[in-house]
Structures are given as C-alpha cells and as structure tokens.
Ligand binder design. Structure first.
Ligand code: E4P
Ligand code: PEP
Length: 446
C-alpha cells in the first residue's frame, strides 16, 4: 500500500500573511523555477541531526543559542561580517558551556534571514508613502520608488548570499577557527577592553589550563577542534521556501533545504493560514514565535497541527512576551502545554517584546529589559519544573550602538553613532557577552 503523496502546495489556497505584492508574476514564476532546480543549501540528514540535538533540549540536557542579525543584507555576506558573527556566537557558547556547564546547540539567524514581516505595508517620509522595506529578499532599503519595488530576482540573490554565508560559516566552524585553542583569538579587538571581555579573558585562561591538563592526560577529542553550526531563518516568503523544498532520497519525505531550521513568526502563525500549513508538511525542526496574546489553546492547537506525532526536537516554541509581561503570561502557557503532554523545546526571545522608540526616533531596546525577560523566563520554568531550553537573540559581531545599556554602556544619545541595522536593533558583541554571562549564572543558580 503506497502512502498518500504529500501536497506541498496546499498553502496556496490559504491566506498567506505578510507576502510582497510582486508586480511581475511571470518574473516570479521564472525565478521560482530556477530556485526549484538549484542545489540544496543543507542536507536532510543535517536537519535530522539538529532535530536530535533539539530533542536533547526537550529532555533538559542541552541549551539552544540561536542568534544573528534581525535582517541580513546582501552586502553583509562577506568574510569579515560573517566571521564577527560566528566569533560572537562562539564566545557566547563557550561562556555558556564552561560557566553554565551545559552543552550548547548553536544555531545562526544566518544564511537566509533576508525577509521581514512589517507592522505597516507602507512607510511615509515627508508626506511620501512607499512600500515598506521587507528585507533584501524582497526590496531595497533605500527610500526610493525603484528600490522599494518588490523584485523577484532578489529571491535568487538571497539564495546565493545564503550559500556564501553558509560556506563561510562552515569554514569558520570546521576549518580551525572554532578550535578551543583559539578562545583568546575570539576576544581580540574592541571587545577585549569591555568588562565582559575582561571577564571572558579570565575564563579563557581557565579553559587553557583545563585543555593543557586534558592534553597531558592524552585526551584530544574532535569536539575540541570544531563545532556543529546550524542555519535558520523565518520562512516568511513562501515562494522561496517552497521552491527550495526537496524530497529526501533516504526517506521520501520533504525538507526545506534552504536552512536546517525554519520558524514561523508571531505575525504569520494563524492556525488556518498558509505558513502553518506549509510547515506542517516539511520535516525540518521548526520553531514558532509566541507573543503575549497567545493562549494555551492556541499553542496546543499548533502542537497538534505541526507535531502530530509528538516527536521531540521537531517543535520549538520561541516565546517573546516582553519583560513586563513574561511572569504573568508564560506560566499558564507552559503549564497547560506541558500538561497536554506536548514534547516541545521552550526558548526565550527577549528582543521582540522589548522594542521602543528613543526620543531620537531610533528603534531600540534596553539590555536591562532583555536580561529581565531572560530572568523571568528562567523563574517561570524553574517554578514549573520545566526546562528553560535556550535563547533566541538579535546580535551582530560589530561595535554598533543600537541597544542601550551594557557593561560598556550605550545611552540613548549614543544611538546615532553606529546605528546600522536594516530593521530592528541588535546587541553588539560586548552586550552579547554580558547576556551570555548572565544566562550562565541563571542556568547554574537555579
Ligand atoms: O523583526 C521583527 C519585525 O520585522 C519588526 O519588528 C517589524 O518592525 P516594524 O514594526 O517597524 O514594521
Ligand atoms: C519578526 C520577528 O519576530 P516576531 O515574529 O517574534 O515578531 C523576528 O524574529 O525577526
């Protein structure tokens, strides 16, 4: 008896929120045809490997560190920018692994994070309204009618930029740069002088001593020389992710081979919507963002639709409640989802519920709010006996001034100094390290 073929296009009959209005549908069709014939960026077996690592997170045996730009740009797919992000991720991971004593699953918001949902489909400046910037995959950042016109050719450029980024990320994480003997190298440049950088240096010295001891004992495992790195993005533009979905030759099942993990955003998680339908068909590990209005019934319905077999590692809930709400809204959600027997990983996005506009007009976030939301996340999970499974953050490896606060403090008046994000404000490298140290303390102390 042959199994019913999986319809990967049923989402086309449903409402897909936050899609661009492509002016040229024929051009879209041509581009999608090219993507459908393009080589995969990742392999199904790698997606399964991540799924099994996320299953360990569900069991409470590992912790997820997921992060990168809010919106990647095509011009950002260069060696320096990718190295700086990988370096930040490695530094944060080593802090968590060493100081928090927990295995860390490293997932970049990288190599595909080129599309953004927006609050408004237009942006108005000086009385002129143009389509909102929806990420480099869709249109250009520049405020001109030409740049803001959605251009399907950008889907192909997104694919190629993702390929370049992933290639660099794989080289940095497998080719010697991620070797534990490099822990000091990751801490050179501006971050070394920050309080977190100095604290990191102390930790790196301890790691050196531990490595020398283990080496003397004859232990030199491969885990000391490279790390597993996985890619992820919000699979927002369904034409792109559908075109990059392939049938795995081992299992006959569909995988979105544009990234190891993909997630559904807070604005597109409607149960009867196109995104949830598409995600229910692919076999990657997937995430769903849950904002403060999510009810336990919503979450349980998502579990039934997206993970009907209750496979651990398949579904991660990424909560983004805001520091002022998390302690009120998260307990009911976690309690009822857990009571429903759902095998999910819970991770905390402390960025998206804490955005505000500074008097200068910059969108920003306070590091203190970010830390407070993470603390609330740990408090709630510890009180319920569930596992605080990770963090999902927006950061860059550069010395930007987009979020306020931190051990090397940035004030609201400093925001214009280096405000470079294409969308939402990111933590810079020393703020990211501040966060990693705080999380490692929370992990150990509770
Ligand atoms: O990253 C998240 C969203 O895309 C972003 O917060 C939307 O920003 P907007 O409210 O300025 O459209
Ligand atoms: C849009 C995002 O977040 P959310 O869906 O939680 O608003 C994001 O993570 O880029």
């Amino acid at each position: 008896m042959s199994a019913e073929p999986i319809n990967l296009d049923s989402w086309r009959d449903l409402t897909a929120a936050q899609q661009p209005e492509w002016p040229d549908r024929d051009e879209l069709k041509r581009v999608v045809g090219k993507l459908a014939a393009a080589p995969p960026l990742v392999f199904a077996g790698e997606c399964d490997q991540l799924k099994s690592e996320l299953a360990a997170v569900v069991r409470g045996e590992a912790f997820v560190l997921q992060g990168g730009d809010c919106a990647e740009t095509f011009s950002g797919a260069d060696a320096d920018a990718v190295r700086n992000k990988i370096k930040t991720l490695l530094q944060m991971a080593i802090v968590l692994t060493y100081a928090g004593s927990v295995p860390v699953v490293k997932i970049g918001r990288m190599a595909g994070q080129f599309a953004k949902p927006r609050s408004s489909s237009t942006e108005t400046r000086d009385g002129v309204a143009l389509p909102a910037y929806r990420g480099d995959m869709v249109n250009g950042f520049e405020f001109t009618p030409e740049a803001r016109r959605p251009d399907p050719e950008r889907l192909l450029r997104a694919y190629h930029s993702a390929a370049v980024t992933l290639n660099l990320a794989r080289a940095f994480t497998k080719g010697g740069y991620a070797d534990l003997r490099q822990v000091h190298t990751w801490n050179r440049d501006f971050v070394a002088e920050s309080p977190a950088g100095r604290r990191y240096e102390q930790l790196a010295r301890e790691i050196d001593q531990a490595l020398a001891f283990m080496h003397a004992c004859g232990a030199n495992p491969s885990e000391f020389h490279s790390v597993e790195f996985y890619s992820s993005h919000e699979a927002l533009i369904l034409d792109y992710d559908r075109a990059l979905t392939r049938i795995d030759s081992r299992t006959g099942l569909p995988y979105d081979v544009s990234a190891h993990m993909v997630w559904i955003g807070e604005r597109t998680r409607q149960l009867d919507g196109a995104h949830v339908d598409f995600f229910s068909k692919i076999r990657n590990p997937i995430g769903v963002k849950l904002g403060p209005t999510t009810s336990a019934d919503d979450a349980l319905a998502l579990v039934r639709k997206l993970n009907p077999d209750n496979e651990p590692g398949r579904l991660t809930f990424i909560t983004r409640m805001g520091a002022s709400k998390i302690r009120d809204v998260l307990p009911d959600l976690v309690e009822k989802v857990t009571a429903g027997g759902a095998q999910v990983a819970w991770i905390c996005d402390p960025m998206h519920g804490n955005t505000f506009e500074a008097p200068s007009g910059h969108k920003t976030r306070r590091l203190d709010d970010v830390l407070d939301e993470v603390a609330g996340f740990f408090e709630v999970h510890r009180a319920l006996g569930t596992h605080p499974g990770g963090i999902h953050i927006e950061f860059t490896g550069d010395d930007v001034t987009e979020c306020v606060g931190g051990g090397q403090p940035i004030g609201e008046g400093d925001l214009s100094l280096r405000y470079e994000t294409a969308c939402d404000p990111r933590l810079n490298r020393s703020q990211s390290l501040d966060l990693a140290f705080r999380v490692s303390e929370l992990y150990r102390s509770t």
